[in-house]
Design a binder for this molecule. Structure first.
Ligand code: GLY
Length: 610
């Protein structure tokens, strides 16, 4: 299949969308009352950042301009997203960070994934032998995992940063105290959550002032969160991991502040202070796969991001040609394997090396024919013994940095736009690709009273069961499997690209599709990000955006695919990617979405060569 590039570039908005005009008051922008200006593409030197939010991008940029490095800036941006994108990020959440350390010429990763409390068991999400309703589990104390973000920030700064936690949190403190301008995305996400937010006194007081979502264009301040960040900066992570803040988190999880008279059933959580005390962020080796002359680094288990993106790329390379049909089929196969084999490696023997091996990729690629394979695809046998088949030639991407010319049996949980991703680089060439999340948009819906932040519902990323043999069943202290896929691509050992996205399990397909768009179809990175998306996750129907169905539906349907519009909210959108491309001679292109999720914000330290 050929992929028409015409129209994709034309659809890329290089200027702010209509009606979007002013920068944030918090960081010295134009007057209150107007949403902030965001541009999705910026090119320049000396450092660059891409996030979904102007204030967060500005926070990172202010750190870079003050001499901080990419790790300092990544933490600052993440903490600021906890203010301005509080339904996707926050200090009580978790995340995965892939980092290119320029001094050592090495890619590392830091796992700040939430953990199950010690009291959690395989059946904690079951009642009377059946899974409890997913929505009930989301809005509960039971779903709150032991938070990882603060430990991750401290580890990241200690090993790779130059700022103290207090310094890195300062931009977020400023935005929380001075306020940010409510945009349509913040309003919509609040409105979508209004019913459950109203059930908790603390959440309603913060996010439903006057009983309704704050209006678009109003200035939203979060003085409680400003004070929390200040205190966290002074006292350090111990304040959460065993101190007073930790005690308040535990009290909230065990006795959620349900509004008197609310009829909502809110199951209490199992977390204890000892769980907080025991939490550690972990530096892990990243996943690594060869991709033509490039190396693609991703997040290893407990995320399935690196292994699933990596396996699909390996499968594609084993095929004689790559088009959208092959992209969908490779993704289908990789998801079959992820569902069968990937879980927390402290509990599950994940055959990571074999999943990413040439032999396994070739064996899996042999299953891809001219038409879509029957659903569901069965998982493969990554056992080191592989049968091949004969294709004529293989598809080899060239990694040209210049814009080119051309769990089985278990129902999948609903995938929304949750989570966020940011990418930062600095003048020294360090690169951070950082996915952060509190799981569902709005986490478990429960604000810790007086502290200004929501708790996560990350434990709903576990398989609820009963599902004998599933690698992602809950267990004491286990990390739920993630789909987060912060990705860094090197060519000849030097950074070429960084990319990531929100979107639950669609994170994996979004990252994969952007890489395929860029390196198989020759799109520029802005075009690769803007292009319409489809997500095949070993399901009968491939979820897709309307523009994808309009452009490619007939051709793919003729090859046996069923395309269905991805459910919202927001209706019909998959992902909200942010990335960087290194254009050579120190020039960087920062890229965010032109329109999905309200568009993102790309900034560079200086547009002119210094
Ligand atoms: N909670 C989203 C993920 O970890 O994939």
């Amino acid at each position: 299949m050929t992929v028409p590039l015409v129209g994709v570039a034309a659809s890329l908005a290089l200027v702010a969308p209509p009606g979007v005009a002013a920068a944030s008051p918090a960081l010295g922008g134009p007057p209150h009352g107007q949403p902030a200006a965001k541009v999705p593409v910026a090119e320049g030197y000396g450092g660059a950042v891409s996030t979904v939010d102007l204030d967060a991008s500005k926070a990172a940029l202010s750190v870079l301009k003050r001499g901080g490095n990419a790790m300092d800036a990544a933490v600052a941006a993440a903490a600021t997203l906890g203010v301005t994108e509080p339904y996707s990020a926050g200090l009580a959440g978790g995340g995965f960070l892939v980092y290119y350390d320029a001094r050592r010429g090495k890619v590392i990763s830091i796992d700040g994934r939430e953990k199950a409390p010690q009291a959690m068991t395989e059946t904690s999400f079951q009642e009377n032998g059946a899974a409890i309703p997913f929505a009930d589990a989301v809005t509960s104390g039971l779903s709150a995992g032991v938070p990882g973000s603060v430990a991750q920030w401290e580890l990241a700064l200690r090993r790779y940063g130059t700022f103290s936690l207090k310094q890195a949190l300062q931009p977020a403190v400023d935005v929380a105290s001075n306020g940010f301008t409510v945009d349509q995305t913040f309003y919509d996400q609040t409105a979508q959550n209004a019913d459950r937010f109203a059930a908790f006194t603390s959440t309603a007081a913060l996010y439903l002032p006057n009983g309704a979502p704050p209006p678009v264009g109003s200035v939203f301040r979060n003085p409680d969160l400003a004070a929390t960040y200040r205190e966290l900066g002074r006292r350090g992570g111990e304040w959460l991991y065993g101190g007073r803040l930790g005690e308040e988190v535990i009290a909230t999880v065990k006795r959620p502040p349900v509004k008197p008279g609310s009829t909502r059933v809110v199951r209490p959580g199992l977390m204890e202070l000892s769980d907080l005390r025991a939490y550690r962020a972990l530096e892990r080796p990243p996943t690594k796969v060869g991709y033509g002359p490039m190396e693609v680094y991703g997040m290893a288990p407990p995320s399935s991001g690196g292994s699933t993106v990596g396996e699909a790329l390996k499968i594609l390379q084993a095929l004689p040609k790559v088009g959208l049909h092959e992209y969908l089929e490779a993704s289908r196969l990789a998801f079959a394997d992820r569902n069968k084999f990937v879980g927390d490696p402290a509990y599950v023997d994940v055959p990571l090396k074999e999943l990413l091996s040439d032999g396994f990729a070739k064996e899996r690629a042999c299953l891809i024919g001219d038409v879509a394979m029957p659903n569901p695809a069965a998982p493969g046998s990554p056992d080191g013994s592989y049968a091949g088949c004969q294709f004529e030639g293989t598809a080899v991407p060239n990694g040209d940095p210049a814009p080119a010319k051309g769990a089985e049996g278990q129902a999948e949980k609903p995938e929304g736009p949750e989570t966020t991703h940011l990418a930062v680089t600095d003048r020294w060439g360090n690169v951070a690709a950082y996915n952060i999340t509190i799981e569902q948009t709005g986490g478990n819906g429960i604000v810790v009273p007086g502290r200004g932040f929501l708790l996560n519902n990350e434990l709903t990323d576990f398989t609820f069961g009963p599902a004998p043999g599933d690698p992602n069943l809950p267990a004491p202290g286990k990390r739920p499997r993630s789909s987060m896929a912060p990705t860094i691509v090197l060519k000849h050992g030097r950074p070429l690209l960084a990319i990531g996205s929100p979107g639950g399990a669609t994170i994996i397909t979004t990252v994969l599709q952007i890489l395929v768009n860029r390196y198989e179809f020759g799109m520029s990175l802005p075009d690769a990000v803007a292009a319409p998306r489809a997500s095949q996750r070993n399901a009968a129907a491939t979820q897709a955006e309307q523009a994808f169905i309009d452009r490619y539906g007939a051709e793919l349907t003729a090859r046996g695919h069923t395309l269905t519009l991805v459910p919202g909210p927001p209706v019909g959108e998959i992902g909200a990617a942010t990335g960087l491309e290194f254009l050579g001679k120190g020039k960087v292109q920062a890229v965010a979405e032109p329109s999905r999720r309200g568009g993102g914000s790309a900034l560079v330290v200086t547009p002119a060569r210094p």
